[in-house]
Design a protein around this ligand. Structure first.
Ligand code: SF4
Length: 366
């Protein structure tokens, strides 16, 4: 602790002054977000948990209306636990990282069935629940239960790295940042403090052009004092993403229904619906794409290639389209047990990931 204080040679009086300034600023400037309680109040753990899971890898702007829809449909953890997984996946469509939706559903069932609908109030017990990792557990513990916990999201990571002018690159700097975040956290009002740090990072200490002139802790900020704030935190060079390629088949029945297949429950886009396709591979496919056509028909390859970027790879999909006979038999390569015909008017509410919506958009609008 003493070392940290000594390292922060900015023009102010040190680490202990940061939290009170930040809390005072948060009371004035807190963002009004649909999952927030006003400063000074604890929030319902269901809302904190739901919002934190939704916000992982997804922006506040995208999450806000989806959070409101979720809450309207499933206002408490028992209601969400009673939902079918397919309904939750469909409601999640477009938010990406679908393992989150599966874990959300599993967690709701665990809280409803094993905890009487009450979220545990300690980080340790929260981490026992499906899909709740260290960050989410500490966010819930602080914001919903007022525990002294120190969640470190991307915003907080950036603010702390700048306050202490940490020049070690991420991710190697994470343990140091986490340790400093703990030292900064006050004994009380840890939830407001954490949300204040999140807001400071989102609105003032932004990754580009931080508005240091508006910052309540500018006088404590070593990064500002050294004139290197905007460059921090330094990041390790990103690995380049490989490109995988494949072909997707859009079979359209005479009545307009489209053939969809449920993906296996685990893994990428697990449990979501897709158009039958070849495997997605980096190396050239060993067999002609048409070998994977789910049904006999006069398949036409569209000129447009559908592209999508996942966390670890880019995807390029050729799209094949065919109008097929109403009673056309599905070929075994399509794995008929997982296939079903879906009316086009039902596609909007189906559990379709963004990449498959692009495929369907290409094939149905041509
Ligand atoms: Fe961020 Fe600037 Fe405030 Fe430092 S002074 S915490 S760099 S906004």
């Amino acid at each position: 602790m003493q070392d940290v204080h000594m390292q922060n040679t900015g023009p102010s009086s040190g680490i202990a002054t940061i939290a009170p300034k930040l809390l005072a600023w948060y009371r004035r400037e807190a963002r009004a977000l649909p999952w927030r309680a006003p400063p000074g109040k604890l929030q319902d753990p269901y809302k904190v948990w739901l919002s934190e899971v939704m916000l992982q890898q997804t922006t506040v702007k995208t999450v806000a209306p989806r959070f409101i829809d979720f809450l309207r449909r499933w206002p408490n953890v028992h209601a969400l636990a009673r939902a079918e997984l397919g309904e939750v996946l469909a409601a999640w469509a477009g938010l990406g990282y679908y393992a989150r939706a599966r874990n959300l559903h599993a967690c709701a069932r665990a809280v409803s069935e094993s905890h009487g609908g009450r979220f545990p109030d300690t980080e340790e017990a929260l981490r026992e629940l499906p899909g709740i990792g260290a960050y989410t557990a500490s966010a819930i513990a602080a914001i919903a239960f007022g525990r002294r916990a120190w969640p470190v999201d991307g915003n907080i990571e950036r603010v702390v790295a700048r306050l202490f002018a940490i020049e070690t690159r991420l991710p190697a700097a994470k343990p140091q940042i986490k340790s400093l975040a703990e030292k900064l956290t006050p004994a009380t009002h840890a939830g407001d403090y954490a949300q204040g740090m999140m807001d400071l990072g989102a609105t003032v200490c932004t990754s580009r052009r931080p508005a240091c002139g508006l910052c309540p802790v500018r006088l404590d900020c070593l990064g500002f004092a050294k004139g290197i704030a905007e460059q921090l935190p330094y990041k390790a060079a990103k690995a380049t993403r490989p490109t995988r390629r494949g072909a997707a088949f859009v079979a359209i029945r005479k009545d307009g229904a489209v053939l969809l297949r449920e993906r296996p429950p685990k893994g990428l886009l697990g449990g979501m619906l897709e158009t039958p396709s070849t495997p997605w591979l980096e190396e050239p496919q060993s067999e002609a794409a048409e070998t994977y056509a789910p049904v006999k028909g006069s398949w036409k390859k569209l000129s447009e290639i559908v592209t999508h970027t996942f966390t670890h790879f880019h995807l390029e999909l050729a799209v094949y389209r065919a109008e097929v006979q109403p009673r056309a038999a599905l070929r075994s390569v399509a794995e008929p047990a997982r296939c079903r015909w879906v009316a086009q008017q039902d596609l909007r509410n189906a559990a379709l990931p963004t990449v498959i919506r692009k495929v369907l958009g290409s094939a149905l609008n041509c």
